[in-house]
Write a protein that binds this ligand. Structure first.
Ligand code: IVH
Length: 695
């Protein structure tokens, strides 16, 4: 590492800045699954901070990001409290990260350091570095006992129920010779095909797509519904076995044994006996990885002999017996044919480049986003240019640069439209907003049709019709607003191209059935910006009916799990418009459901209307606790505010929640008192399995 030549004052200011920058980047990456910094920049900032700390050790903060692995546990008071739904368990052995480099020379330095400490007689296990999210599986007596996420490296979230729904994680081992108990660690990842399918579904539902397969994998592993996890197509690969007195001499022997017990272990690893072989392995995968059906971001090089691994040991963050060589983001060079300006159902205009098809990280890329006018100007892009496309952390590939040396004479400057390409209305751009939008929300055909298509989609009202049908209905002036669908007659439907008696009847039947669609789907169908399926479900469950939502304040909306400021503002904005209130009124008239069904059996009114925040572990699951709150007339809320009725605290409640409750004077109620309040017998103690921490 280069020595830093900075005076102490500059170094201390920069260290503070880097600490804050890296901590925020960690939170966005591990907790929000929405990274905003590229891996490369992150690694460079980390190196810079480490260099400053090496020069001025007093500048090393006790919680410096150079000393700790990032945490996927959500301990903030933010709204994304998904993770707090999981029980947490301590890791038996800390779950560390890997030292990394982008420089082959530094891999040779790693090998030289190892040789200096343990002598020359060792071999290397070279493996793909899978770009997913880490998992730790414990097998006991041949059965999957527990699956934990990395968490903060010391304790992780218990995602066993979800792991059991990942197709290549065996619940029971096969073969023989497995130790009574062992841990095996690896990565959960999402193959490209499943990632593309998932994002297509999310786009159709107007939910934010995942930026990359890694985020999709970690977001999916933390879902609360194991059935949905099964649907996501996650896969697992395992690369590190741990346990007491394991009968192996090498890492390879351990992984070969794991494979023979039915565990998923990659067959792409190789034992290398010299640093030259390691370098060959790296070089060949740097180009061949584009043919793999999943994302890899580098190669991991490990000392293969377990006694040597032990001798080399660990720093607080990394093993000294392994290092990761990271690949630079893959790019492809291709020609820009034309630019489309797409108008979404919310009116936002996005320039999308049509490209000469090109292979990139496992898929053929034909289109790439140019984001907005500023980005086009920054790139100074011309139609006919050769452009670089990258997948990076973005949702659809983006154009990152142009190859000026290949600019031909025939290139033309693109002209960003000043009017909507669909309805001709002059486009607007709000201050501080990067995107232009068509303000004609009630008259722009693309927006009107987009909203109708969303309304009937499978996850919304599930009405049997496709985009082309909506197009025709719109062109014949049969529909404009969703409620118009419910007024269509058989005679009108027979006007549509190719429609016969039977197709009309089937369509009308599916409209009738849609009247039974539950309120959360109806709310989703309204197409409120940023309110995807999951958010609609949370809002519907929290408020119970449309009138409560329409009159909810921003603060009340913020009380809902998964609702942050952007969503809260979007909901209040939506219902502040008369047209949207009218749409709701006419849909009510059409007989759609605008309230949640009452809970099956109401036990009591003991908690009538009280907002309750649940935190910590109980003798029953947290989900069961939440159900008890609802059937006794209360409401669940994720964060403590002055309006909270009480904080229901089990063992190890979130310290921030307790602190906030204390500072606001909110009552803290324990499990026994809670059961007394609702006149419920304490449940029998849970089985030993359910209650005890393993280690
Ligand atoms: S070994 C003690 N092997 O990359 C650490 N890690 O950036 C042992 N990863 O934390 C980790 N592929 O989550 C190892 N073949 C592989 C890997 C791998 C992906 C992940 C892992 C690690 C992270 C570091």
């Amino acid at each position: 590492m280069n020595p830093v030549r900075m005076d102490f004052k500059t170094a201390s200011e920069r260290a503070l800045e880097l600490n804050a920058l890296l901590k925020e980047a960690n939170r966005l990456y591990y907790v929000e699954n929405a990274p905003q910094m590229s891996d490369f920049d992150y690694d460079m900032f980390m190196k810079e901070l480490a260099a400053i700390e090496a020069e001025y050790p007093v500048l090393m903060a006790p919680d410096s990001p150079t000393q700790k692995v990032g945490s996927d546990l959500d301990e903030s008071l933010s709204k994304s409290l998904r993770n707090s739904e999981f029980r947490q368990f301590e890791h038996r052995y800390p779950m560390l990260s890997l030292g990394n480099t982008y420089n082959i020379g530094e891999v040779a330095d790693f090998a030289a350091r190892a040789a200096r400490d343990i002598g020359p007689g060792f071999t290397y296990s070279c493996e793909l570095k899978f770009d997913g999210t880490a998992i730790c599986l414990t097998y006991r007596q041949g059965r999957l006992y527990r699956a934990l996420t990395r968490g903060d490296g010391t304790k992780g979230d218990d995602v066993t129920a979800n792991a059991l729904r990942i197709k290549n994680i065996p619940q029971r081992l096969i073969g023989s010779g497995w130790p009574e108990e062992f841990e095996i660690r690896g990565e959960i990842y999402m193959p490209y095909d499943d990632f593309d399918r998932l994002n297509a579904e999310r786009l159709e539902a107007e939910e934010l797509p995942f930026a990359n397969p890694r985020n999709a994998a970690s977001g999916s592993l933390k879902l609360l519904d194991p059935d949905e996890v099964a649907h996501r197509g996650l896969e697992c690969t395992l690369y590190h076995m741990l346990g007491e007195n394991l009968p192996f001499n090498t890492h390879k022997e351990a992984l070969d044994a794991a494979r023979s017990w039915g565990l998923p272990v990659s067959d792409k690893s190789r034992i290398c006996t010299s640093i030259e072989e390691v370098e060959d392995f790296i070089t060949s995968w740097d180009s061949d990885r584009k043919y793999l059906p999943f994302a890899t971001d580098g190669i991991v090089i490990k000392v293969n002999e377990l006694p040597y691994q032990q001798e080399l040991g660990y720093t607080s963050k990394f093993p000294r017996w392994a290092v990761a060589y990271k690949f630079k983001a893959e790019q492809a060079l291709t020609q820009l044919i034309s630019i489309d300006y797409q108008v979404g159902r919310t009116g936002a205009v996005t320039p999308v480049a049509n490209l000469e098809p090109v292979q990139l990280s496992g898929t053929v890329v034909k289109r790439a986003s140019l984001h907005n006018l500023d980005q086009m100007d920054l790139l100074d892009v011309r139609i006919g240019d050769f452009v670089y496309v990258e997948k990076g952390g973005e949702i659809i590939p983006k154009i990152t640069g142009i190859e000026e040396s290949r600019r031909g004479l025939g290139v033309t400057r693109p002209v960003f439209p000043s009017v909507c390409p669909d309805c001709g209305t002059p486009l607007l751009r709000d201050e501080g907003e990067a995107k232009h939008f068509c303000p004609n929300s009630t008259g722009c055909p693309m927006q009107i049709k987009g909203r109708l298509i969303h309304f009937i989609s499978r996850k919304a009202m599930n009405v049997l019709a496709g985009d082309a049908t909506i197009d025709q209905m719109y062109n014949l002036s049969l529909v404009r607003y969703p409620s118009d669908l419910y007024r269509l007659t058989k005679e009108q439907l027979l006007l549509l191209d190719g429609w016969k008696e039977r197709s009309a009847e089937r369509f009308l039947q599916s409209l009738t059935e849609s009247r039974q669609v539950s309120f959360d789907h109806v709310l989703f169908a309204l197409g409120i910006r940023y309110v995807g399926e999951t958010t609609a479900k949370a809002i519907a469950a929290h408020f119970g009916n449309i009138d409560a939502i329409m009159s909810a304040t921003r603060e009340q909306l913020l009380e809902v799990d998964t609702v942050g400021e952007v969503i809260a503002d979007s909901v209040t904005d939506f219902f502040s418009k008369d047209i949207n209130r009218e749409i709701v009124a006419s849909l009510k008239e059409a007989g759609l459901r605008f309230e949640m069904e009452a809970p099956a059996s109401k036990a009591s009114d003991a908690l009538a209307g009280a907002s309750v925040v649940v935190s910590g572990n109980f003798s029953i699951s947290r989900e069961e606790m939440k159900d008890l709150i609802v059937v006794n007339g209360g409401r669940n809320s994720s964060s403590v505010s002055a309006k909270t009725g009480f904080l229901l605290a089990g063992s190890k409640p979130g310290p921030e929640k307790v602190k906030k409750a204390e500072s606001l004077g909110v009552r803290i109620v324990g499990e026994d008192d809670f059961f007394e309040m609702i006149g419920h017998e304490s449940p029998a103690p849970a089985s030993e399995e359910g209650q005890m921490t393993l280690f």
